[in-house]
Design a protein around this ligand. Sequence first.
Ligand SMILES: Nc1nc2[nH]cnc2c(=O)[nH]1
Ligand SMILES: [Zn+2]
Length: 476
Amino acid sequence: MATKNKLFLGLFVHSKALNELEYLHDTAVGVDKEGKITFVERDCAEKKARETVLPQLGWKDAEVEVVKAKEGQFFFPGFIDTHIHAPQYPNAGIFGNSTLLNWLDTYTFPLEVSLSDLAKARRVYTRVIHKTLSHGTTCAAYFATIDVPATNLLADLCHARGQRALIGRVCMDEPSTSPANYRDESAEASVAATRESIAHIRALDPTHTLIRPIITPRFAPTSTFPLLVQLGALAAETTLPIQTHLSENRAEIALVKTLFPPTVTGAADDSYAGVYDAAGLLTGRTVLAHAVHLTTGEAALVARRGAKVSHCPGSNTALGSGAARVRRLLDRGIVCGLGTDVSGGFSPSVLEAARAAVMVSRHVVFMGEEVAGEDREREKLSVEEVLFLATRGGAEVVGLEERVGKFAVGMEWDAQLVGLGVVGEDGEVVGDEDGGDVDVFGWETWPDRVAKWVYNGDDRNTKMVWVKGRLVHARK
Ligand SMILES: Nc1nc2[nH]cnc2c(=O)[nH]1
Ligand SMILES: [Zn+2]
């Protein structure tokens, strides 16, 4: 909870549309004690804000905290990581040459099972929350583990530290694919454990101001069909969001076809998306990670159901899963956001995921087969587009588009202050600001500066971070 009314002054940059950033220069933004934006005044310097805007609101000047963006700095909406595995953080960068299915067995399941040790879970979760906040992630959709106490601890830590989060207790009960020491005893036991975690989060944050539960079948291959169906029913009963993985890797897709023939699911065909649909898991509140190899029919089904996609380009490259054709999804009206997918992805930074999304979209252009009449150049994603995915797109993916993702009256102040290195006449960076690898000489346009941030920025540029008006990170 923010304790004081706040006045933010300077340049604000946010997405106006998928391919358009808006630059609000010399602007004043007021944020009340609840963390809500109460005014956005353009062409409003500090004097005018203090003398005219604050009195209108009945805010006493002396009680207002003022934060000014300096030269080379701008406010930007907080990033939304629509897909990240908190317990896998210690494995970031450790994947060798593995691909999804052997990576899960070799690296992932053993680490996740070990986090039932709550001291270890606390250590890992404290660090991943700190790390993601320091990279400007104000909201994350986390997969936890199957362990209820450790999952609840992740919710507690996010709440205490002030990070907005969706917390999913992982469900997996299929004996042929889930390790004996890391699986639910039955579909019923899995649902009961999920209900326990939901109850804990409801008690922690009854109005879901910051933390909300999310129903989390790991993915089809580690689930029995009854489990998927029961989780679909739980989602319908509770109206909670759902997160899972879809069509990430070709071997995974083949496995789904053997485990879920139409005789099991009652679906018209053996498509992967069709399995989730048959279980009632494809909804407008569903976050589907990856969706790399969707058939045209599956993409149409996902679009019809209004399910959302978390694009995880870093992970898809690292685990050799493939290159998702994001433009194809966007063209169909499928809402997309970005996911780091730590530790399939090695970086906890959404800025890095945005950069990877740009690069992967270029690989799509030059690796794909030529199809007559298809303009492959259109597959390229721009800086503006990936920043939209990182903020407004992500907000819609996790169902928070009415609350976060842009600067407007009534929205909540989830934001980051970004600082770039300003190079002075002597060739040295001005002042004591560490701009990291982003050097601005002063002749660049603001769109060019933002592009420099996207391509060369890192957490050294993330100076301050707020969630719902509360300062949750300040770079030392
Ligand atoms: N990237 C990724 N894909 C998965 N599919 C099932 N589990 C996982 C996971 O932990 N990470
Ligand atoms: Zn994942």
